[in-house]
Design a protein around this ligand. Sequence first.
Ligand code: NIG
Ligand code: FE
Length: 413
Amino acid sequence: MSNLLIRNIKILWGVNRNGFLKKSGVEMSDLESIDDAFLCIENGKIIEFGKMSDFSQTSDFDEIIDASDKMVIPSFVDSHTHLVYAGSREIEYIDKIKGLTYEEIAKRGGGILNSAKLLHETSEDELFEQSLHRIREIEKQGTCAVEIKSGYGLYPKDELKMLRVIQRLKTATRLTIKSTFLAAHAVPAEFKTRQSEYVDFVVNETLPQVCEENLADFVDVFCDKGFFTIAETNRILEAAAAHGLRPKIHANELDFSGGVQVGVKHHALSVDHLEYVGDAEISALLNSKTMPTILPGAALFLNLPHAPARKMIDAGLPIAVASDFNPGSSPSGNMKLMLSLAMINHRMTVRECLNAGTINTAYAMNISDFCGSIKIGNDADCLILKEIPSLEFFLYAYGSDLIETVVLKGQIV
Ligand code: NIG
Ligand code: FE
């Protein structure tokens, strides 16, 4: 293994001396930093950091980077993606431009069912290659850890195919990857008029096989208007809990569906989307350990109302921002862009956005004890930025590539 020193850093951001596992409310405005700093990395871990004036070289470094005039931030953590999918669905977007809603496209057998068909026709090896290509793309864009969901399989054989691909990605890449069994995403055509029978099938057939092979870290349900009900979500989450799976659910994207409350009731690690959130949802979240997660890329692409992130932070809640990278509603895993969208559309400050896309998304993957901030012992995942006038410029220049060097577990990408 190797040692790396980054020295003369103009400002080192995202320092976590107090061992925060997440940032909530006003804490989200606080992004601790050190001017004129150094960062020492050994065997993929952060072993020391501080002010250059306090630096004393005690060991030889295999590599030294001079970051004069450049800022360093923690790498992005993306806690909600569907990046294992087959092909693409750009043609459907034309239907949307013609005025069809997401639900109408889904009802026509498009949407998730279209991806399920493509996935069924694609071999595991081909699916792995397509997904690896997407991982390589987000790695260059500064993502060091990613959660990936199944949910385009619908039946055990294809769900296992997806989850095995995620398993292979865990070993084939240096990113930290968590896998989520998206148990109920859409109802297959054969079960069209028998949704509750499909839920029985998921609980009795698919879930046990997924757990038997130990293929999932978390469980998810698309709990929303036109998809799965509160009762069905309860049923699936109870069965998953018996197998030790904690939920991260899709909630309140299309309506005040009760998804937030059912997630909180089942101690979900996160509830994600949240376009429809009011006082009842906020108070449920305030009494919980659940991370509210917004997905600004999906809201942009589908023209959804924006989740009231400002109101939620002002009420004292944490907010995480993830990409939702998927072929239907957010065909991008670019976390820098997602954070710019959070700033533009959700009125979050740049510091709030950076906490939302690093430590808070790490919390939403249950990895914030070793990932998502600059802390001794953490994975050495950071981004050396190009020379820019201020931290704010990084998200303000929303279309510019401003990352100069990606350091992933101590190695330069
Ligand atoms: O998070 N909302 C549910 N599922 C995905 C969309 C998946 C798709 O359209 O393929 C989402 O937006
Ligand atoms: Fe999603």
